[in-house]
Design a protein around this ligand. Structure first.
Ligand code: BG6
Length: 480
């Protein structure tokens, strides 16, 4: 879908996120013909630099982090013509006038400001925009996570932003919502007759959400050591996945209809007992450094892994466990949501046939796709022996290379900002509700002084995480 011409200002335009994700993403949209001719991307940051200097930085970023088209020099050159740079001091007065001069005051041009900076600068930027006459009613601002550190700070941030902008102007990014499979989850649930009738406590035994990473925290230690896996991943990404899996069908696929339903899920989450949470911290395996070395904090009690079991107390999900786990320096780089259905009520094939359960596995990455495990008869003359086979749908295979090429979360979300579509962005009350659920859990382990369980870098996580689910007669799915 084409978008209107735009002026997109990226505060923090020289930073890591801009180089790794935003610029390569915008370049891909450009290659797909989605950046209108007279659109401009204006980077703003503290460093002194001119347009050409920034274009060099952007070219290097696209070559380093872009996909194969980054090697298409002609396309890169054409894209760079859309880029400009203005040095701006977020906390002071420097550069704002120049920035304003660069922007077009034209109702036909969408104006968006991307705050690709730490949250401590959000309110300075919001104020800077207002003081300098840049916060018109129709501009949009995009803010990155972390959105606060706890409920109180998130509220303060919401209040600060609300002084200058209306909620319908604020786009809070959770890039998991931009992932292809995550959106497909809604298409599968609400576009088919097949799944929704079974999507409840009566037919679902439990649900597992896993986000497993092989990377450590090296390089981001100072941020991460104050956050930990709960704040960095669970409060936002895993919570969003949980909402999309568990929410009621919204009446329409529209921002507030979807977000109202997600909010109801978060509000229906029960508090989690401490014995249903396992925190872990990676230790050195002899080759890779330990978490404490990466974080440069020899006594850190921050978790780089967390697993927990939670319940959603509502009509649809009462007593259905949701098992969540995520961690760094694990043995696999893979994310999956698995809906594990209950056993058939009676096995007509006898106990020899074994236990067979349908599992719908939704793979977020890599190899995005879905698999439905179904039970069939093992081929051959050996009698009625049952076997589970996957009904497999890899998006790349089914839809061709296009699916693969189009699959980055950031570019999709940025285009949604330009379109003015907030469906895949978090509303202020949603973020606060998520903190309201996570805060007491964090306060609990801080008060008790709990230390995370050690696990070897490159392993599957702490043993206690296996125990958390095994004691319920269930197993974590194997993640590869
Ligand atoms: C970020 C977290 O939000 O998401 C990182 O801060 C994490 O710690 C990253 O590595 C994971 O994103 P993705 O898209 O690589 O799964």
């Amino acid at each position: 879908i084409p978008v209107d011409p735009f002026d997109l200002v990226i505060f923090g335009g020289t930073g890591d996120l801009a180089r790794r994700k935003i610029l390569p993403g915008l370049f891909r949209r450009f290659c797909a013909g989605q950046i209108p001719e007279n659109s401009r991307i204006i980077a703003a940051a503290r460093s002194e630099m001119d347009d050409d200097g920034y274009r060099d930085l952007a070219r290097e970023a696209i070559e380093e982090f872009g996909r194969k088209k980054g090697r298409d020099k002609k396309a890169v050159k054409a894209f760079l013509k859309h880029l400009y740079y203005v040095p701006v001091d977020a906390k002071g007065e420097g550069g704002w006038k120049q920035l304003k001069e660069r922007l077009r005051d034209d109702d036909d041009v969408v104006r968006a400001f991307y705050f690709s900076v730490g949250p401590s600068l959000f309110s300075d930027l919001a104020e800077g925009l207002q003081v300098n006459g840049l916060s018109h009613r129709d501009v949009r601002i995009v803010v990155e996570k972390p959105f606060g550190h706890d409920l109180e700070s998130a509220r303060e941030l919401n209040e600060e932003l609300a002084k200058h902008f209306h909620e319908d102007q604020i786009y809070r990014i959770d890039h998991y919502l931009g992932k292809e499979t995550v959106q497909n989850l809604m298409a599968v649930r609400f576009g088919n007759m097949l799944f929704e009738p079974l999507w409840n406590a009566q037919y679902v035994d439990h649900i597992q959400i896993t986000v497993s990473e092989t990377v450590g925290v090296g390089g981001r230690g100072s941020y991460y050591d104050n956050a930990g896996a709960m704040r960095d991943m669970v409060q936002n990404h895993l919570m969003q996945l949980l909402c999309l899996i568990a929410m009621e069908p919204p009446a329409r696929f529209e921002a507030d209809a979807v977000r109202d339903e997600k909010l109801k899920v978060i509000r229906a989450l029960d508090p989690v007992d401490p014995d249903q949470i396992v925190r872990g911290q990676y230790t050195s395996d002899g080759q890779m450094p330990s978490y404490r070395e990466d974080a440069e904090n020899p006594t850190s009690k921050t978790e780089s892994y967390i697993a927990l079991k939670c319940y959603i107390s509502n009509w649809r999900w009462a007593n259905t466990p949701f098992y969540l786990r995520t961690g760094k320096r694990l043995n696999a780089q893979a994310s999956e949501i698995a809906v594990v259905f209950k056993d058939a009520p009676h096995s007509i094939f006898g106990i020899d046939a074994g236990r067979h359960r349908n599992v719908l596995s939704i793979r977020l990455q890599p190899n995005e796709g879905m698999t439905l495990g179904v039970t069939i008869k093992e081929p051959g003359p050996g009698g009625m022996r049952l076997v589970d086979v996957p009904l497999d749908m890899s998006f790349a295979e089914a839809l061709g290379p296009e699916a693969e090429e189009a699959a980055d979360a950031y570019e999709r979300l940025i285009m949604d900002v330009i379109r003015g579509n907030q469906t895949l962005f978090m509303r202020g009350d949603e973020v606060e509700a998520a903190w309201a659920w996570t805060d007491p859990l964090i306060e609990g382990w801080e008060r008790r002084g709990d230390s995370p369980k050690p696990y070897d870098a490159g392993s599957g996580g702490p043993d206690d995480a296996a125990f958390l689910i095994n004691r319920d007669g269930r197993r974590w799915r194997r993640i590869q």
